[in-house]
Design a protein around this ligand. Structure first.
Ligand SMILES: C[S@@+](CC[C@H](N)C(=O)[O-])C[C@H]1O[C@@H](n2cnc3c(N)ncnc32)[C@H](O)[C@@H]1O
Length: 222
């Protein structure tokens, strides 16, 4: 089943939102369908969603208008954001699948400082089983990064894939033990939820792609 604006928000995020006593600032980095941010807006958070894809931004704005959802929807590369210390109650990250592991780590290190104590971090990772791990894009247009397993850097000067999918710097695929290691390097955290979602993505031409995402939700412990 493909995800759309009306698909439910992620299980872990819904669990986490139940724990937040007073809504603050919620940001989604790479909002895609906007279904996670929509849930934060409904709960009264001051919401901003970023995406670098024009079409995505247009669609989410249209849907938010249609359903009366109040949120800022910005067309901006999340790697250009300057974070303010302890300013975020909820941070949702949907971009890791397009980045090599080193960029995921440097982005999360900056983001962690911006999350308030007891704030929520919800991240979507691709697992090594994800169908894109066997894609032609990865095989012909990316280079594996030495010493960093399942981490790839986009290497081609011309890339038709990236013209249609801006923001793609490569790819990374994570075992859960690596995700735990990464989070431990950020600081102290407590797990709220973890869910591995496997499904078949269906394209307009009828072809399918197996997807496998590990979605983790943690609370920052002060
Ligand atoms: C996998 S989707 C997120 C899906 C979302 N969690 C959902 O359920 O709909 C990732 C999104 O991140 C966007 N993206 C990728 N790199 C980005 C970047 N550097 N800055 C902003 N958005 C980016 C892509 O355009 C894409 O829409």
């Amino acid at each position: 089943v493909n995800l759309t604006f009306t698909s439910p928000a992620d299980h872990g995020l819904l669990q986490a939102l139940k724990l937040v006593k007073s809504p603050g600032v919620a940001i989604e980095f790479g909002m895609g369908t906007g279904r996670n941010l929509r849930e934060c807006a409904k709960k009264g958070f001051d919401c901003t969603g970023y995406d670098v894809n024009d079409w995505v931004v247009e669609q989410v704005r249209e849907q938010f208008d249609k359903y009366g959802i109040r949120a800022k929807v910005l067309n901006q590369d999340v790697l250009d954001i300057n974070f303010q210390r302890s300013s975020l109650t909820v941070a949702i990250v949907g971009t890791t699948i397009f980045w090599p592991k080193s960029i995921v780590e440097s982005f999360l290190k900056k983001l962690w400082v911006a999350i308030k104590p007891n704030g929520i971090l919800h991240i979507e990772f691709a697992t090594p089983k994800d169908g894109t791990h066997k894609s032609e894009f990865l095989e012909y247009m990316c280079a594996p990064i030495p010493g960093s397993p399942n981490s790839y850097c986009h290497s081609s000067v011309y890339c038709g894939y990236c013209d249609e999918h801006p923001g793609v710097l490569g790819a990374s695929y994570w075992q859960y033990s690596e995700i735990v290691g990464l989070l431990n390097r950020l600081g102290k955290w407590q797990s709220i939820a973890r869910k591995v979602d496997d499904w078949h993505q269906v394209f307009t031409d009828g072809s399918t792609l197996f997807r496998s995402f590990d979605r983790v939700t943690v609370k920052k412990v002060s």
